[in-house]
Design a protein. Structure first.
Length: 382
């Protein structure tokens, strides 16, 4: 299909064929100086048609190795390279040729040259903000409707109460750099640590139940550790562990991201251990235990860095208990700024599966709505 360009000239043909992006949405490695040379050469043109011609040539060169006469796809052993998303790059080229004036076209060209030449990152992640359009996978809205759990590799759905891997994945991509350290105080079967290992982050997890600790470590260690990071779940009580001492084991003084996915009070009983937060006697006891864990763990979180709390509400004796917001208030007493409240959907849990009709009936009788969401509260340490 061809693109219709808004123009007064009715005879003008479409300039750029719409690319069927299927198969193009992948990273390609290019010869960076060559790419810049071609972009800059187009930028030196004095007419719009000559500039467009140069961009057509560039796109032709990029399409297949056979048409690559300039050596764009030809990477020397010590050559300077750039890894770039092909869909993003083609989208930028399309915008350049579709611009209606030479100035506008040059403006887009200049922006592309900058994105290729310069790395603009901030202190808390590795995202190159000059190429922000490439990050289709990074969520920025406060409503997350994720239809499928990532079940790749060793990720398993069978630990009752684990979260979907996309949660720690999103958090680490946005709030950590490669090689940094993450702390998960309720590690469960190690979802955060598996993701951390894949993303090149180090992660220490704490979990109370010895059998769960073993399962988590077996899973983590059975996956390829491409970036040679440290990822380990320790058996301990998050409320009473000495966090400084724990980190010393890894020659660290602090972590750069804190993730907590506690029991949602007593919705799922994880064990008989009285230290287990799912065995708290009352909501207030639960909140006091959470407060203690947040205070202790946040002492090893670097200032200005993020804390993601994943939690849902509960329903008890005919009343909706806003556990999420109550816990959020506890955290706000511990020196944090609230940055976002993300609402995330969930489909039926293992517990509620096969009970859909029963819950719908209960909801209709009881005048309430069935939980289909949980929260990710995002805080920044002051
Ligand atoms: C909601 S699950 C976390 C699941 C985890 N995010 C995953 O994906 O596997 C909560 C976990 O916290 C653990 N837990 C409860 N109280 C704890 C405590 N005081 N210290 C450490 N772990 C605790 C439970 O055993 C349970 O595995």
């Amino acid at each position: 299909m061809a693109v219709n360009i808004k123009t007064n000239d009715k005879t003008q043909k479409p300039l750029f064929e719409e690319i069927d992006f299927i198969g193009y949405d992948k990273a390609i490695i290019l010869n960076k100086p060559k790419l810049l040379e071609m972009i800059n050469a187009a930028g030196n043109e004095v007419s719009l048609s000559a500039l467009r011609e140069k961009i057509f040539t560039l796109r032709g060169q990029l399409s297949t190795i056979k048409t690559d006469r300039e050596g764009l796809l030809n990477i020397g052993i010590n050559g300077d390279t750039i890894q770039i998303n092909q869909k993003y790059l083609f989208g930028e080229l399309k915008q350049i040729v579709e611009a209606q004036t030479l100035d506008r076209s040059k403006y887009y060209l200049h922006r592309l040259a900058k994105a290729v030449a310069e790395q603009k990152t901030n202190k808390i992640n590795d995202l190159n903000l000059n190429r922000w359009k490439e990050y289709d996978d990074i969520l920025t809205d406060s409503l997350w409707v994720l239809d499928k759990r990532d079940s790749s590799g060793v990720h398993k759905a069978d630990y009752w109460g684990n979260f979907i891997p996309q949660i720690p994945n999103q958090m680490m991509k946005r709030y950590t750099k490669k090689g940094e350290w993450v702390l998960d105080t309720f590690a469960g079967c190690g979802t955060t640590l598996i993701e951390a290992q894949r993303l090149g982050r180090n992660c220490v997890g704490i979990e109370l139940q010895p059998n769960v600790v073993k399962t988590a470590n077996d899973l983590i260690w059975s996956e390829l550790n491409r970036f040679n990071t440290t990822n380990e779940v320790i058996k301990a009580d998050s409320a009473n562990i000495d966090y400084e001492k724990l980190l010393q084991k890894y020659r660290q003084n602090s972590v750069q991201l804190l993730i907590m996915h506690p029991p949602y009070f007593d919705i799922i009983k994880f064990s008989d251990d009285p230290r287990d937060l799912s065995n708290a006697k009352t909501v207030n006891d639960f909140l006091a235990m959470m407060g203690q864990i947040v205070r202790k763990a946040s002492a090893v979180l670097d200032k200005g860095r993020y804390f993601a709390l994943v939690i849902g509400d509960k329903y008890s004796k005919g009343e909706w208990i806003p556990l999420g917001f109550l816990t959020m208030q506890e955290v706000l007493k511990c020196g944090f700024t609230l940055k976002s409240i993300i609402v995330k959907n969930f489909e039926e849990t293992l517990g509620k599966r096969n009970q859909k009709d029963l819950w719908r009936y209960r909801a209709l009788v009881g005048g309430f709505y069935i939980f289909k969401h949980e929260y990710i509260f995002l805080f920044k340490r002051k």
